[in-house]
Design a protein around this ligand. Structure first.
Ligand code: ASP
Length: 343
């Protein structure tokens, strides 16, 4: 790409950013991508070349699923050599899931893949879409010695660039819709765009991008609550074909010490089902063994999700099951940060 301007591929999947109000019902629905570019003539002023590609049927991100993740991954794979960076426009509702999934599916990524969207449609007077989109493109075009500065999957929203697999959507009303409670921001946009170099992933550039498309969805997410009973847990763990469980526990990874509960989990682990302990708290980490109410989990072989988000935990589980990692190695690998998703 020499000294020429960076070129960025803008991938539109759907979401509020490109939606309009239906004249009859007043409900927001996706409209076609060409209109999005017409709405932001400022894009032409950016110091980079932009090409666009769109889902043939843009979706509300509540309809997101692993097949769509593969579609995005394939767009990036096909265009990887021809572009310096990628910006993915995505609904905010499930953006943290998709962005986390891509961080696992794109191994040894050495170019920026920046997710963004907005709380208000691009045509709205008070929209947050323009700033989010323009700065995301700038972030994706940042270069030092002709090489991209960001070499990982990021999520840009309301003046902050986060490591995508550390984020969670925290607000359906505020423009500041995302948070990264357990990892510092990668960059902040004020008068200057300040990149926090220390926080960035530094991939081994000798390694080529490897793309993984097998995401195994034979998993369940169980959020504990006082009163959850044996029947409910049994039902979920006895679902046929189940391979993995994300168990959302209290505080630093704690749960009831009642015998029936531990016995059910033990039985599942014996059957080869992987159980991962993540905390319901938005910040902090699972520390199994810190309290009596978690030491039994450790004893029966529950895997620690440490300070991973639930979104990233789900995607990592699907990804690792897709890789068909042997049972003996599974725990150790899950507890190891693969893409900076845990400390
Ligand atoms: N429901 C929308 C979506 O996730 C919300 C948004 O874009 O912010 O697609």
């Amino acid at each position: 790409m020499g000294q020429s301007k960076p070129n960025i591929l803008l991938i539109y999947t759907g979401g509020t950013i490109g939606m309009i109000k239906d004249a009859e019902t007043g409900a927001l629905r996706a409209f076609d991508f060409d209109n999005l570019l017409v709405k932001i003539p400022e894009l032409k002023l950016l110091d980079c070349d932009i090409e666009t590609i769109s889902f043939s049927q843009p979706i509300d991100s509540s309809n997101m699923n692993p097949d769509y993740w593969i579609q995005i991954v394939e767009i990036i794979e096909t265009n990887y050599q021809s572009f310096d960076g990628f910006v993915v426009l995505h609904g905010s509702d499930t953006m943290s899931y998709t962005a986390s999934a891509l961080s696992f599916m794109l191994e040894d990524l050495s170019k920026p893949v920046i997710f963004t969207g907005s709380q208000l449609p691009i045509g709205d007077l008070r929209t947050d879409a323009k700033e989010n989109l323009i700065t995301s493109i700038q972030v994706a075009s940042l270069q030092k010695n002709n090489k991209p500065v960001i070499r990982e999957v990021g999520l840009y929203f309301e003046y902050k660039l986060y490591r995508a697999n550390r984020t969670t959507k925290i607000n359906a009303e505020h423009f500041e819709a995302f948070s990264s409670p357990n990892y510092i921001d990668l960059a902040e946009s004020g008068v200057h765009l300040k990149v926090n170099e220390e926080s960035l992933r530094k991939p081994n550039l000798r390694r080529k991008l490897r793309v993984h498309k097998e995401m195994d969805d034979n998993i369940v997410l169980i959020k504990l609550f006082p009163g959850i009973n044996e029947n409910t847990i049994e039902c979920m763990l006895n679902r046929s074909g189940l391979k993995g469980v994300i168990l959302e526990t209290y505080g630093a990874g704690n749960c009831t010490t009642e015998k029936w509960f531990i016995d059910v989990l033990k039985k599942a682990i014996k059957k080869g089902i992987h159980i991962i302990n993540v905390t319901q708290c938005s910040g902090g980490s699972v520390i199994m063994g810190q309290y009596e109410t978690s030491s039994h989990l450790k004893k029966i072989g529950v895997i620690s999700g440490k300070d991973i988000t639930t979104e990233a935990a789900i995607c990592k589980l699907m990804y690792m099951l897709g890789l068909k990692i042997e049972d003996e190695k599974f725990k150790k690998i899950y507890e190891t940060p693969l893409r900076g998703e845990m400390s």
